[in-house]
Design a binder for this molecule. Sequence first.
Ligand SMILES: Nc1ncnc2c1ncn2[C@@H]1O[C@H](COP(=O)(O)OP(=O)(O)O)[C@@H](O)[C@H]1O
Ligand SMILES: [Mg+2]
Length: 254
Amino acid sequence: MAKSIAFHLQKGGIGKTSVCGALACQSALSGHKTLMIDCDPQGNLSSWFLNVAPKFELSDVLQGKCYWNDAIVKVDDIEGLYILPTFSIGGSLKNYSETKLNDEPFIIQDLVAELAGTFERILLDLSPGLGKLERSAIIACDEVITPITTEIFSLDGFEIFVDELVKLKKNYKASVKHNKIIINSFDERVRQAKEIYKEACDSGKYVVYKIPVDPLFRKAQTAHRVPQKYRVNGRGLKPGTIEALFKINKTIWS
Ligand SMILES: Nc1ncnc2c1ncn2[C@@H]1O[C@H](COP(=O)(O)OP(=O)(O)O)[C@@H](O)[C@H]1O
Ligand SMILES: [Mg+2]
């Protein structure tokens, strides 16, 4: 059965796009037909995986200007990975979310349900914030996974997110699951990072994963490449990063 996962916390710069993109690649590499949906008007996920702006984008699908199969693009250099992109030419996704989305909060849910007939695994990358667009995308998914970093700032944001999610699920009668955290940019050498990891595990409420600090993420994004296949001076992702992505991919889809 198909499964959809949104990656979200309302903070920016914590690795939502990096985690979503890297796990989508890992899913495709493990042999599953995988779709990324770029729900961020900034389109960072799309500019990572695509060199040129395609003819149609997510906002065109939502506005009925094209069918989803006209807008979905296959990602080069990797089998089984597709993207429903956002390039926001003229800020179209932002405009749409600020105007029409209010009247159709379940439009992304309907779209994801339809796409689940074609793709086994669907990953949604969201923009920072918890506005109409992010809410509609979260309730569209089976599960939301929260990437955090160990800075206090993003941990404060986590508590706010948990409270908001409770309200959101109640208001929309949504059954989206939330029991996984990915601590991104984890640095073993930092005491605070280790303490926070232990605290999160000890809470017993969440399955807690770690992805190490790895400069290859930024390099692969700049080069528009799949991180698992990209090398700079003979070096790819760190062994710890490869292991983490493998482990997360193995457990989040069941
Ligand atoms: N594990 C990591 N190690 C090192 N840099 C990372 C890691 N994850 C993300 N980054 C970098 O941090 C920056 C912000 O990440 P991004 O995924 O764009 O965050 P968000 O989508 O939450 O705004 C990017 O430049 C990205 O390459
Ligand atoms: Mg992002």
